[in-house]
Design a binder for this molecule. Structure first.
Ligand code: NI
Length: 184
């Protein structure tokens, strides 16, 4: 019996964050432990997405939180995706984006409004998923991590201290809303 463990999230310009992660071919206990630990790490960090290279594992596994699965605890909103690929995208959204590996920094990034993702589950079964809004943003951000791309290289500009303060005030009025400053 092994309990889940919180893993250390790599920060800043750790070289592992700039590498391309490899395809996963073994859907074994080791992968399941990685995904379980990533879940625990994501919940603890209160983020909306996490990619395996962020915990130092250069394999293609990501989690995203689909906040449109309403009225469920965060654990049940987490979607595991192994070897994810964005196979269709449409529309455009421009908004705030942050990253658990770049704490305190938020930028304005344009992403597709909706995406279709093809991925495998932890047992190797293929599935496709339509995602929109923040979940679509999260899927793009996490797939970028698998290719060594950090959102800071895509941001058209970064939020100022003043803008961050204003968001913090909004957040106290509207408690549950970490979508205004999603950490992905
Ligand atoms: Ni990130």
């Amino acid at each position: 019996m092994r309990f889940m463990a919180i893993r250390n999230i790599l920060r800043g310009n750790d070289p592992a964050l700039l590498k391309t992660s490899r395809i996963i071919t073994d859907f074994n206990k080791r992968l399941h432990m990685l995904l379980d630990d990533m879940r625990e790490t994501l919940v603890e960090a209160n983020g909306l997405g996490l990619a395996s290279p962020q915990v130092g594992v250069l394999r293609r596994a990501v989690l995203i939180v689909d906040t449109e699965i309403a009225d469920k605890p965060m654990e049940e909103q987490i979607i595991e995706m192994v070897n994810p690929e964005i196979i269709e995208e449409c529309g455009e959204q421009t908004g705030n984006e942050g990253c658990l590996s770049v704490p305190g920094v938020y930028g304005i990034v344009t992403r597709p409004e909706r995406v279709k993702v093809k991925a495998q589950d932890r047992y190797g079964n293929y599935f496709e998923l339509l995602l929109s809004n923040t979940a679509a943003r999260a899927a793009c951000h996490e797939v970028d991590h698998l290719n060594g791309v950090i959102f800071t290289s895509l941001a058209e500009r970064f939020l100022t201290e003043e803008e961050l303060d204003r968001l913090a005030e909004d957040r106290t009025e509207n408690e549950q809303d970490n979508e205004q400053k999603p950490d992905l």
